[in-house]
Design a protein around this ligand. Structure first.
Ligand SMILES: *Cc1c(COP(=O)(O)O)cnc(C)c1O
Length: 387
């Protein structure tokens, strides 16, 4: 059997894959099994921050693999300690818990909020409020947090203690909070899976102020928006807010599984021995990869992410068949006149890999994609949108 047949026969049918088999790549170019080359405008859904097989990233991973590839969390290892220091120094947060995915990073955030609220406001204060149209992961609890009913249907009963309200509607949130049972509000500054929708900065500031006044935690899901994706280290930094908890994953380790939950001073001591844990969390190879990614996200580099975003958006803006551009930085949503799936299929036939998010074409290129590839990809996308 070939790969398509093996996959269809032996892998659970959760993924609707595009009909190509990727075998290799370099930077923002990938090759399929037939030798056809594509410009990668998805970077593994915002994971390969510096593209495929980046030399600096390989060197960091390789060096650590030759030293020790895994140690249990019963012993100290330097890569995760140094990564935690780098994340705290760059964000002003106080402590980090490492895991292996976005869903786990959010699970930890939810656990931290529940424990903090129980200790500080009483056991009845346990509700986590999220936004409608949000996405927070696929575990049962992060599905419960996800404010989209269609994700919930198959898996009842869900974890109790979640509620959601529409972005922008502070009055709706105030109603939810009036009983004194809300522990925390969890938001994505740019809703990725929800269609690349950036929250209104005025709303986010008001939300922050209201929550601070009510002593309710503000938690930001930076799983997709984090690690340079929007032109700042974390998207919340562009919104002028100070979250109590930040979760991240996807691009953090540039292509290895790693999640991180950052805790502010207020929650620095929330976890004691045995309160939470993970076998693989803080794995030294993933941590060494992440340390190399994070140390490259300098102010100058992030400025260049913003410049690339402006270049790409300028090329696509007002083109025939493009109705709107959304998102922030190199997290780009394109509202197309044609169905997004047809645009994506056309782009693939012409050597450009794009993603979808709801009714939009979604672009999440590597943060260091060369300008000439960005320009070539924009040409192909424009042609497909204009058909
Ligand atoms: C992808 C994503 C998640 C889930 O991450 P996994 O690593 O797939 O568990 C959670 N939140 C947001 C905002 C995401 O984009």
């Amino acid at each position: 059997m070939n790969t398509f047949e093996l996959d269809k026969t032996y892998i659970a049918g959760t993924y609707k894959r595009f009909p190509i088999e990727i075998v290799s790549g370099k930077g923002s170019l990938v090759k399929d099994v037939n030798g056809k080359e594509y410009i990668d405008m998805g970077s593994g859904i915002a994971v390969t921050s510096f593209g495929i097989a980046d030399e600096e990233w390989i060197a960091a991973v390789e060096q650590q693999i030759h030293s020790v590839q895994h140690m249990s969390n019963l012993y100290y290892t330097a890569p995760c300690a140094r990564l935690a220091e780098a994340l705290c120094l760059k964000t002003g947060m106080a402590k980090v818990f490492f895991s292996n995915s976005g869903a786990e990073a959010n699970e930890c955030a939810i656990k931290a909020a529940r424990k903090w609220a129980a200790e500080n406001k009483g056991p009845a204060c346990s509700t986590i409020v999220t936004l409608e149209n949000s996405f927070h992961g696929r575990t049962l609890t992060t599905l419960s947090a996800t404010g989209q009913a269609h994700y919930h249907e198959l898996y009842q009963p869900l974890t109790p203690g979640f509620a959601s309200f529409p972005a922008g509607d502070l009055e709706a949130l105030k109603k939810l909070c009036s009983g004194g049972t809300v522990a925390a509000v969890l938001i994505e500054c740019v809703q990725g899976e929800g269609g690349v929708v950036a929250l209104d900065p005025g709303f986010v500031k008001e939300l922050d102020a209201f929550l601070k006044e009510q002593n309710i935690l503000l938690m930001v899901d930076e799983v997709q928006t984090g690690n340079g994706r929007t032109g700042s280290l974390y998207a919340y930094m562009q919104y002028g807010i100070r979250p109590d908890v930040v979760s991240t994953a996807k691009g953090l380790a540039g292509g290895l599984p790693m999640g991180a939950t950052l805790l502010s001073e207020k929650l620095a001591d929330i976890f004691s021995y045995g309160d939470h844990g993970s076998t693989f969390g803080g794995n030294p190879v993933a941590a060494a990869a992440a340390l190399s990614v994070v140390s490259r996200l300098t102010d100058d580099f992030l400025k260049d992410v913003t410049r690339k975003s402006e270049l790409l958006r300028g090329l696509l803006k007002d083109a025939p068949g493009i109705e709107a551009l959304t998102g922030l930085g190199l997290m780009v949503g394109i509202k197309t006149t044609r169905p997004a799936s047809e645009v994506i299929a056309d782009c693939m036939a012409n050597g450009v890999l794009c993603l979808a998010a709801k009714d939009k074409v979604r672009l999440l290129p590597a943060l260091n994609i060369p300008d000439d590839l960005l320009i070539k990809a924009a040409d192909v996308i424009k042609t497909a949108c204009a058909k």
